[in-house]
Design a protein around this ligand. Structure first.
Ligand code: NAP
Ligand code: 8YV
Length: 312
């Protein structure tokens, strides 16, 4: 008997084919009437496959009394009510590690692009200004600068390794100090004060909400840069916009925003911001690996084995 698993959105073709083959797939994304769909599948839905921001709140879980497992696509589980899942004894899994390299590559490209202004200099060339206005203005080097990693976890460590290869010095702040050869700061403000580039790689959610606020941006100062690959919720966005406009910080490189994908249009007008549409893990290879880990967690659970990457 195939287990009944709700899928919240269509996934990569190869992963979708595997899910179709191995599970009795209940396609929530095809339902015109979502509450009616959930009511109909409630007596048999034992699994839920969630994707990024399309997670599961307590109300969603309450509608599914037979739910045993939520297998999430993505390492960040801030879109899932973990406390509600724990209370119900629902297993939650995520997709860590397989995306570290791609996310760290993306983070380094943001550091490079925001300091060296490569996107802006290319736009300058494409506008024909090279011939009419002369050379593009000088920018900032990476070598010798300090990268402060706020959230030195799996991804933060992969970023630190890459930044060292670019000649950067590393500092970090976590709640728990680690055995690593990097300077430790006891809070985000001190880390920002000691860094040229503040790289945010914490999880999202209530614990880290606006962990980068005006005080942290003040500590970073007019020569400092902020790069965010965590979640939009970790930065006080109105404060960031004001600091970028007034040049109270030098620049920002952002892969994540509040209200994605309908981000605040004020970002579009900022010459000192490099903006990506949440693409840090978005390669075919990595997204397939993430999908397979999501599938493997469902496979393990319904085979009566321990899941591979349990969160709660
Ligand atoms: P991880 O291994 O759990 O690392 C998170 C780090 O943040 C830990 O070192 C943790 O240390 C620290 N941290 C947690 N809460 C903190 C707080 N309140 N203050 C200071 N530090 C805190 O997670 P990961 O696999 O590296 O992933 C990190 C996050 O990156 C994900 O949760 C996700 O939101 C984001 N992400 C984004 C993309 C993207 O596409 N842009 C892709 C993948 C992941 P302590 O517990 O000791 O504090
Ligand atoms: C994905 C992510 O873009 O893993 C995460 O936490 O943010 C990214 O890898 C996301 O899960 C899909 O929207």
């Amino acid at each position: 008997m195939k287990a009944d698993v709700i899928l919240v959105t269509r996934v990569l073709e190869r992963t979708q084919a595997i899910l179709e083959e191995e599970f009795n797939l209940l396609r929530l994304y095809e339902a015109a009437d979502r509450p009616a769909f959930l009511k109909e599948v409630a007596p048999r839905a034992r699994g839920l496959a969630t994707f990024g921001p399309a997670g599961a709140d307590a109300k969603f879980m309450d509608a599914l009394p037979k739910l045993e497992i939520i297998s999430h696509f993505g390492v960040g589980v801030d879109s899932i009510d973990l406390a509600a899942a724990k209370k119900r004894g629902i297993i939650v899994t995520n997709t860590p590690d397989v995306l570290n390299d791609c996310v760290a590559d993306t983070a380094m490209s943001l550091v490079l692009n925001v300091l060296r202004q490569f996107p802006q200099s290319e736009a300058y060339l494409r506008s024909g200004y090279w011939a009419t206005r002369g050379a593009y203005p000088l920018t900032s080097s990476l070598g010798g600068k300090t990268l402060g990693v706020l959230g030195l976890g799996r991804i933060g460590e992969a970023i630190a390794q890459r930044a060292q290869a670019f000649g950067m010095k590393i500092r970090y702040h976590n709640r728990t100090r680690k055995k690593v050869p990097y300077g430790y700061d006891t809070d985000a403000v001190t880390l920002a004060r000691n860094s040229d580039v503040l790289l945010v790689a914490t999880p999202g959610g209530a614990e880290t909400s606006k962990i980068v606020d005006a005080r942290v941006l003040d500590a970073l100062g007019p020569e400092g840069y902020v790069v965010n690959i965590s979640r939009g919720s970790t930065i006080d966005e109105p404060a960031l916009l004001a600091y970028l406009k007034d040049k109270r910080i030098a620049g920002a490189g952002l892969d994540v925003f509040e209200n994605e994908p309908g981000i605040n249009p004020e970002f579009f007008a900022l010459p000192n911001a490099v903006l990506y549409p949440h693409v840090a893990s978005a390669t075919n290879e990595t997204r397939f690996a993430m999908g397979m880990l999501q599938v493997d967690n469902l496979r393990a659970h319904f085979a009566g084995k321990p899941v591979l990457t349990r969160v709660v």
